[in-house]
Design a binder for this molecule. Structure first.
Ligand SMILES: *[C@@H]1O[C@H](CO)[C@@H](O)[C@H](O)[C@H]1NC(C)=O
Ligand SMILES: *[C@@H]1O[C@H](CO)[C@@H](O)[C@H](O)[C@H]1NC(C)=O
Length: 373
């Protein structure tokens, strides 16, 4: 075999180099293409509301509504209580991972958030909150209007990290979850009837939805565009409500469920109206009643055994401080619909998140294809 000349060696080296570069480019192109296919449709996830979506903000405020002690979080990665009111993850965590954003949504009040965590979104929600300021007066939670003030602080941080234009784009492409309302009915109408002196049920529902409308308008004015607004769950099926109303055979409180259904049909209509009013917005009603009542009515179909008591303690009344490290708990929370007397188990949250993924998320997809084509 003849020894290659200097020139030949140079050619070989260049050829090798050329192929190397070419291959490198091919890999980059393939990576970029597949990345485009699986790219999250949303830049980030922003969350407002109550304990159904509070991932730990109440750890940092003075309130008894805290879930940062065991047995809360016992099935969370690392088995740590984070302040989430369940044995594991919440719906925003599941949705953030289905949307390829991240695996868990941190609370905004966590003082140790990285820039990356801020860029991909946080929760401003607070357990005990609602759309009625009287509700937060009762629970000492962060009211929804104070959640907007926190959001403004967040926004200035975001601008500092990404610059004004990029921050605006991130907000416009953010998936915004709004989930509250149950506490308003429990703390001001059914169990502590302070608002009953002022409003009948119809008028109270309208009052709350007026507040909700103002809330969404304020977020829109600050740059948010894509809203998933959850309706009410079957409030009459919460073990706490069943206990308080002494329901025979621990059946759900039917009139409270009926009120929730009426509220939800009104909300669905109201959100269409809000969307029509706010140019370029998507304000999508997000059903949680139907998937939850189906689990409660046909638990065996989904692998659940207990529907009317929580896993924590007697399951009749325990929640927050009364569900704690010395409270006996059930062995397998995934057989229970409710974790404590008010909040679902992680297994239920995961079912509902899957339902939202199938039944709700495409409504945003359509909007984006339509807008950006
Ligand atoms: C924040 O991080 C510091 C250093 O890692 C740690 O000492 C501190 O406990 C953290 N604070 C919280 C609230 O997580
Ligand atoms: C509820 O109150 C409103 C006025 O606030 C009244 O117009 C309406 O008729 C009442 N509805 C019922 C069912 O009593």
């Amino acid at each position: 075999m003849p020894y290659p000349t200097c020139h030949e060696r140079l050619v070989m080296a260049y050829t090798f180099y050329y192929y190397f570069i070419l291959m490198h480019f091919c890999i980059i192109i393939v990576a970029a293409t597949s990345n485009a296919l699986t790219r999250p449709k949303f830049s980030s996830i922003l969350v407002f509301g109550d304990s159904t979506v509070d991932t730990g903000n109440n750890n940092y405020i003075i309130t008894v509504a805290k879930g940062n002690h065991l047995p809360y979080g016992r099935d969370f990665p690392g088995h740590v209580p984070t302040g989430r009111f369940s044995n594991g993850k919440l719906i925003p965590d599941f949705l953030a991972s289905y949307l390829n954003i991240k695996d868990t949504v941190p609370p905004f009040l966590d003082p140790n958030l990285s820039n990356e965590q801020l860029l991909t979104g946080v929760s401003f929600a607070s357990a005990g909150s609602g759309f009625d300021e009287l509700t937060t007066l009762a629970s000492n939670a962060i009211s929804v209007s104070n959640q907007i003030e926190l959001f403004e602080v967040y926004l200035s941080k975001l601008k500092g990290i990404a610059g004004g234009n990029k921050a605006k784009q991130i907000l416009g492409d953010a998936f915004v979850i709004v989930s509250a309302g149950t506490n308003d009915f429990i703390l001001n109408f059914y169990d502590l009837p302070s608002r009953k002196l002022e409003f009948n049920i119809t008028a109270y529902q309208d009052f709350l939805q007026n507040n909700l409308q103002t809330f969404i308008k304020r977020l829109y004015d600050l740059g948010c565009r894509n809203f998933a607004v959850t309706g009410l769950p079957p409030i009459g099926c919460l073990p706490f409500q069943i206990t308080l109303k002494f329901e025979k055979d621990r059946k759900c409180v039917e009139d409270e469920n009926l009120d929730a259904k009426v509220y939800n049909r009104k909300l669905e209509k109201r959100l269409l109206g809000i969307q029509a009013m706010l140019r370029g917005s998507r304000v999508v009603y997000t059903e949680i009643y139907d998937p939850l009542i189906d689990i409660i009515n046909r638990p065996e179909k989904y692998g659940f055994a207990k529907t009317n008591v929580g896993c924590c303690g007697s399951g009749l009344l325990e929640v927050a401080p009364s569900c704690n490290a010395i409270t006996p708990t059930c062995d397998d929370a995934s057989k229970y619909v409710f974790w404590d007397s008010v909040h679902p188990t992680e297994a239920v949250y995961q079912h509902i998140a899957k339902y939202i993924e199938m039944e709700v998320l495409f409504k945003f997809q359509f909007h984006r294809d339509y807008t950006y084509k």
